[in-house]
Structure formats: structure tokens, C-alpha cells
Design a protein around this ligand. Sequence first.
Ligand code: FEO
Ligand code: CA
Ligand code: CA
Length: 555
Amino acid sequence: PISRADTVTLPPEYIWTVVNAWGDPIVAGGPEFRHDAGQSAADQALQAGMHHDGMNYFPLPKGSNSSNHGLLAVNFEYTDDGLLHTDGMEDWSAEKVQKSKNAHGIGVMEVQFDGETWRVVKNSRYGRRITADTPFLIKGPAAGHPLMQTEFDPTGRTALGTWNNCAHGVTPWGTYLSCEENVTPYFIARSGKVSRMLDRYGVDAKSWGFRWHEFDPRFDADLHPNEPNRHGWVVEVDPFDPTRPPVKHTAMGRMAHENAALSIARDGRVVYYMGDDDFRSRFEHIYKFVSARPYVQGGGYEENQDVLDEGTLYAARFDADGTGEWIELTQGKHGLAPEAGFSSQAQVVIDARTAGDLVGATYMDRPEWVTVHPLTKEVFCTLSNNTSRGKGAPLGKTDALGADAANPRAPNLMGHIIRWREAGGDPASTRFEWDIFVQAGDPGHKDPLKRGTADLAFAQPDGLYIDRRGVLWIQTDSSAQNMASPDWENIGNNQMLAADPATDELRRFLVGPPGCEITGMIETPDLRTLLVNIQHRGEMPQPHPPRDDPRNPRA
Ligand code: FEO
Ligand code: CA
Ligand code: CA
């Protein structure tokens, strides 16, 4: 059943335990969490960051199938600075900025199952934190381009840090991919005078209130207009070697990445599907990257470290007849010419959104996670919601965007999941067929736009993952404000469902505590443990309902 209980609810055959939380030490020497939030910025750099999101489990020993010992690579998406510091955001300081930056990024931790409980291994040699200041190598077509050069890095080949790491991906050679999502709201351009491209990527006179620019000039886009170009990429981390520098892969395109879902083409080329979920612009595209050459099967990172440096980026057009096309985003093709601002492939990948606009890619309802069926290679993508559809011209666009075949509800409050099959079953194809797998909603709702197509109530799908048996796991991310509204009366807290794509059967599996989002999941090889992230439990709706109102998660 749905739930509003302040706990994690599971079927009776299952139990849950907490494996890792914000502030738990994961790097050797890291201090224990302090409930007064009194840990310093330096402490935070050795502890788990805030707001766990996408993650992957890598068995130990490396290459084994162990289900009780492994490495967990986890994204820490963003911070709630009101909770991060003992006195919240009062007396904002360089130390608070540093702590906030150190609570962002990625963590690698060694985990062990003793038959009852999972624990993080203390002082593991694998323990690692990557923060908003960790040096990254920039690789691919944008590396070294003038648009990537800054005062701090005149070479355009080394960027500092990663943040707003949303969901994840894996490579066939055993490394972890982490996807930078809403990176630009951390910058500010007080002048309001920004280039067309910075505007397209949402850099403006407002920031999201992270206030890093007050103590780090790197985040002042008036002073350093190229710094935002160095973020918004898919990054690669070797979880087994904490000394190896992480890499930003520019060939895969720059956007508000959700995740990077791996598929392998017939000839062994590596394929990634990627959603662009810009929180503010809402209408963005779905992308695909196909590597130029096959990966070395059985090879490790050494043999495959250049595979993602070169390849073809595509954006998707979904046609009303149920077919679609991947349109190549290659300089010199489909109008991506100097007159349109594209003199090099570097410009195409840095400004991938504009390239997608120019070639006629479809504007989707906030494309979030993508997942690939391990047996059929069918692809599924969540479209979380888009209440701006059908309501005049969206941000940065001149024409109103109403309902279309692939985004059939205007406004789309509840979200849907789209599915496609590549022509000939080959992930490298440029044609596909698609359909809508499910529309979310409350089947009992009086408004047909909020009803959905399933007989089970759920809303705003986000996390999506098909396990090795072909069970499709769906995680929801409704805002606290939405969950407090009457439309959620029969939906309740955010939850996790299991679907069988062969029969369309859908069951509710897990319900989270009030205010939280359910995001990030990975199973152990024996399918006995499912790791799931509970993000921002207790988040309050704005404006807050009264304290004694059951819709108030802190009631
Ligand atoms: Fe980080 Fe689109 O969720
Ligand atoms: Ca998400
Ligand atoms: Ca979301």
C-alpha cells in the first residue's frame, strides 16, 4: 500500500538497514559524524557527502562475483547548507564554502556484509572522496579548446572539481561514470550580460544560493566566463585506484546529465544513452553517444582508457508515427556550420543543446534516467514531469510547446516512461521505434490528465534500472510541495516500484519516509541485497503546511 509513515516500508519478507549516511567516515582517518554538524571542512573531505544519488557496486576481489564484499561508488548530489553547518547559513564564510564543496562530489567506500548487516570498512585503502575542487583531466574533442581555457588553467585540459553529480553509469572495463547535472546554477553573472551559449545553459544573474562565488572567484561568471564550460560532463573514476586522476569526457556532450546507460553495439562499440534534465528549462533532449572504436573485451582500464575520447553524439527525434531518428551532432553536418556557431566539434559538444535544437531533436518532459534491458536491449527513459508544457513559450524559446506524441500531456504533472527499440536490434542504429510504456498518475483522479495508464498510483518517475533478470525498477521523485497537495492523496510518499516489461505488471515495493526522494539503486550479484538511496528525508513543502497538518512531514 501507499504510506506516509516516517520510515522505510517494505514487503514483510524484506528487512532494511542503513549502510552509509552523510558525514560517515569513508576515507582513512576520517572522524565520526557529529550530530551538531560541527565537523570542519577538512573533516567533511574524509566523510560521505550530502544527498546520496546514483551509485554502483563493484565486487571485491576485482573481477569476482562477490555479494558480501565490494566497493560502493556513490554520488553526493548537492548540499542543504541550512543543515550542513551548525548555525546554518549565518555568517557565511570561506570555511563554510569549503565544507559545502567538500560535501559535494563522489565517494568510493569499501563495504562488507556479515550475513546480517552491511558495514563500511574503516580505514580502507580504497576509501576516496572527490570534491568540487579535485583536479580532473579533460579529454575528448573539447580538451584544450579556447572555450575551455581559463585564467587558472590556460591549457584547457585540467578542470577543478565535480558537483551536482546526479545518476551514474558503468563501463565494460570496470570503471564508474558519474554524471554532472545542474552545474550552472552554482555560477553567477551579476551583470546579467552573458553569451548566447551561457544563457542557453542557464548562467544568469541569479544563482541557486550555494554562495560559493562569495569566496571563490571561479564561480563568478562575469570574471571567468569559460569556467562553466568545464562542467556538465560525464566523468570517469577508477574505483580501484584512488591515486588515478578522474577524467571529464567531452565527446559525450555537455548538458544537465541524469545518467549514462550502457549498451554495446554488435561490433563492440560502446553506446551510452543520456537524458538532459535541466531543472529550470525543463524542455531538453535525449542523447546517444557511440564510441568510434570497439572496446577491448576482457581488457581493463589501461587497454580501454581512450575509448570514450572519440565517437559520435546524437540527439533523438520522436516522430508521431511511432518511429524516430538519432540525428548526428557532428560539425559540418545537418547545419552545424560556422554560420550557426559551430566551427569545430569542440563547439558542438560544449554547446550540445543548441546543436540538438538546430537539428530538430524533440523537446522532452525532463528526461531523467535511461536503462537498457539486458536481454532485449530495449531502452526505457523516465520523463519526470513538465508542468510548463502547453503554458506559453518555455524559458529561452520563442514558441509555445504543446503536447506531442512522445510527450502527450500538457501540462504533464505526473510524468511518463518512454521505450524504444533500435532498428535491427543494434544499439548503434540511427533509426528506432518507440512507444509509451506507462503514464504515471492516480487511476482514481477526477482529472484525466492526472490519471495515468496503470492501475497502481505513482507519480513523477525518476530513477530507473533494469536488473539482470529484466525486472524494471522505477523510483519516484515528487517534490515535498506536490506530495502535500490533494493530487497526491492516493499516492503518498515517494516510492519504488517493480515492473515486468514483458507483461506490464506493476507492483509497489518500497515506500520512503516523508519529504524524501528515492534515487539510486544497485543490486548485488546474488540478487539478495538491493542498495537504495533515500535523499532529503523530511524536506518541507513551500509554503509549509501547519505543524499539526498530516501533510506536513514533520507533523
Ligand atoms: Fe538529479 Fe534529474 O535528478
Ligand atoms: Ca534524479
Ligand atoms: Ca528528479
